[in-house]
Design a protein around this ligand. Structure first.
Ligand SMILES: *[C@@H]1O[C@H](CO)[C@@H](O)[C@H](O)[C@H]1NC(C)=O
Ligand SMILES: *[C@@H]1O[C@H](CO)[C@@H](O)[C@H](O)[C@H]1NC(C)=O
Ligand SMILES: *[C@@H]1O[C@H](CO)[C@@H](O)[C@H](O)[C@H]1NC(C)=O
Length: 518
């Protein structure tokens, strides 16, 4: 996968003005954090700024992948949220120098960081929310929007049957070898997992009049998945999304705040729902004007959307209780890590941009072989999660180069095994998960610039050998004890007191945020 930024003067996409008015959710304290004079100054600045953006260009980041020649995402909708520019950018952009080589790219990256900065402020630290007056209403949608898609599990993909992965409320069949809480979970199964969980939320109400937050259990990812490799027309691909929006428009709860107090969890990456024109890939679900206001949670986000928040890919571990988590923490903390590095993945020989071949070469030289384990996943050889997890548990560092898109489920599998991720592209993790990973990425990962790997300027093995043992130990402690619980999705009936899982972080933050909406 490669990221390039294009400058499209002729093709500026703007959302209809009607949409613009409710595109950005207000941050909780937006009314109090501006005094009159600063608001005025800001208004002037913004006018100048938005003019310059509209006049100069829109930004577009393109990814080239195995499945598509390239797919691009435009930040044409940026100007609607410019009032947030008052918040100082973080210093990440200075770190990722090669990406900022060009002014336009650096401008686009700065905007990504500003959005993340705002999103981080929305994360709730209160894990003991009083549900009174803060109910969650879960729509009981017609079954074609969710359950019927699960029932088609043997037909979603042409070459495989997904049924065994979607049993057990979406978490799949157990893996006894890894202990309690381990399942053969499919990477695209977050929709049923989250849905089963939210139905058991202690703040759930059955009367929408008592709710402040509305959950729409549309399995849009499973919907789009079944068209990826089928000879389907655009109207096939968009049919269910359009019907869902029509269905919602009959509900007064949806129209009251234009959906701003509604949330969706989608189990695929954002690009799958943002088809470019009449292109061959994906649906246009997230491009629909009606979909701009609600909060969307995805395993990979569109980097410029403020209300599209990245959340961890589901791993194979779905604890039921605090004790399951604590037992796993003890197990990975004491695991003997005989390998310095491992890479579990496949080369991308057809992609000249991919750094995977370079990494595989560095890992498998005679000098490196004792310290590095390469598990070749070509031809579906990594089907056994037990083997993959064992490899991660025996390694200090796990290489996480981008694949078909910037993010990787493997980042989370590795973290859950206590393996320190080596990240090559900031869009793999740092620009994705504002509620689940801290801004200071050095606490839990090592960053090696992709371009330096591609041009042979850096030997990754050398770079990792140079990380002091004390530093490794501290990173691992942080990953296991501070990060890991928050990256997991408990099983459907799980209850946690000592820990807060990924689901808990998302729901606490959403409950607090929507309870403050006017
Ligand atoms: C929750 O909030 C309500 C109303 O704000 C209050 O009456 C109630 O005592 C609170 N419950 C707890 C357990 O704090
Ligand atoms: C795809 O479907 C269209 C319309 O049904 C048909 O004309 C075309 O030949 C099909 N293409 C393939 C590759 O099957
Ligand atoms: C950003 O800079 C501040 C002050 O220079 C520093 O304390 C902080 O750790 C930096 N953050 C990151 C993510 O590097």
């Amino acid at each position: 996968m490669a990221i390039t930024l294009m400058h499209r003067r002729s093709n500026f996409q703007r959302l209809p003005t009607k949409t613009a008015a409710f595109l950005s959710p207000s941050p909780p304290k937006s009314s109090s954090f501006l005094s009159f004079s600063t608001s005025f100054l800001l208004l002037v600045l913004l006018t100048i700024w938005s003019l310059s953006i509209i006049l100069s260009s829109s930004f577009q980041i393109c990814f080239s992948s195995r499945k598509l020649d390239s797919y691009c995402i435009s930040s044409g909708a940026l100007s609607h949220s410019l009032r947030h520019l008052i918040i100082p950018p973080s210093n990440l952009s200075r770190t990722f120098k090669p990406i900022t080589a060009n002014n336009e790219i650096s401008e686009a990256i700065k905007l990504v960081e500003e959005k993340l900065h705002i999103m981080r402020k929305w994360a709730s630290t209160n894990n003991n929310i009083n549900c009174s007056g803060k109910g969650i209403f879960v729509y009981d949608l017609p079954s074609k929007f969710n359950k019927d898609l699960i029932a088609q599990c043997n037909k979603l993909l042409p070459w495989t049957d997904l049924c065994e992965f979607l049993v057990n409320d979406g978490i799949g069949l157990p893996i006894p070898r890894l202990g309690p809480g381990w399942y053969r979970t499919h990477q695209y199964s977050l929709e049923p997992i989250f849905h089963s969980r939210v139905l058991n939320h202690r703040c759930r109400v059955s009367d929408p009049a008592q709710a402040r937050l509305f959950y729409v259990p549309f399995y849009a990812g499973l919907d789009v998945l079944r068209w990826h490799f089928a000879n389907a027309s655009i109207s096939d691909k968009d049919k269910l999304s359009n019907e869902l929006v029509k269905w919602l428009e009959t509900r007064p709860e949806w129209t009251r705040r234009s959906g701003r107090d509604h949330m969706f969890v989608l189990g695929k990456i954002s690009w799958d729902f943002r088809r470019v024109g009449d292109g061959p890939w994906g649906s246009n679900f997230l491009s629909l004007p009606e979909m701009q206001s609600p909060f969307k949670f995805l395993i990979e986000r569109q980097p410029w959307e403020l209300n599209e928040i990245g959340i961890p890919h589901p791993t194979h571990f779905h604890p039921h209780s605090d004790d399951d988590i604590a037992a796993w923490q003890a197990r990975v903390a004491s695991s003997v890590r005989g390998k310095l590095v491992s890479f579990v993945g496949a080369a991308r020989p057809e992609s000249t941009e991919s750094i995977r071949s370079v990494l595989i070469k560095q890992c498998t030289t005679a000098a490196a072989a004792a310290a590095c384990r390469f598990v070749d996943c070509g031809g579906g050889r990594c089907g056994d999660p037990g083997d993959v997890m064992t490899t991660f548990m025996e390694s200090e560092f796990c290489l996480q180069p981008p694949g078909d898109s910037p993010t990787r489920k493997s980042v989370f599998d590795g973290l859950v095994a206590g393996c320190i991720p080596v990240i090559f592209n900031p869009f793999t993790a740092y620009y994705q998960y504002p509620w689940h990973l801290p801004e200071d990425y050095q606490k839990y990962s090592v960053y090696v610039d992709e371009e330096e790997v591609r041009t042979g300027k850096v030997d990754v093995m050398e770079r990792l050998r140079a990380v002091e043992p004390d530093k490794r130990k501290e990173m691992r402690r942080y990953i296991i004890y501070e990060l890991m619980p928050g990256l997991l999705y408990g099983d459907a009936g799980s209850q946690f007191r000592r820990f807060r899982d990924s689901f808990g972080i998302i729901m606490d933050s959403m409950i607090e945020m929507t309870s403050k909406l006017e």
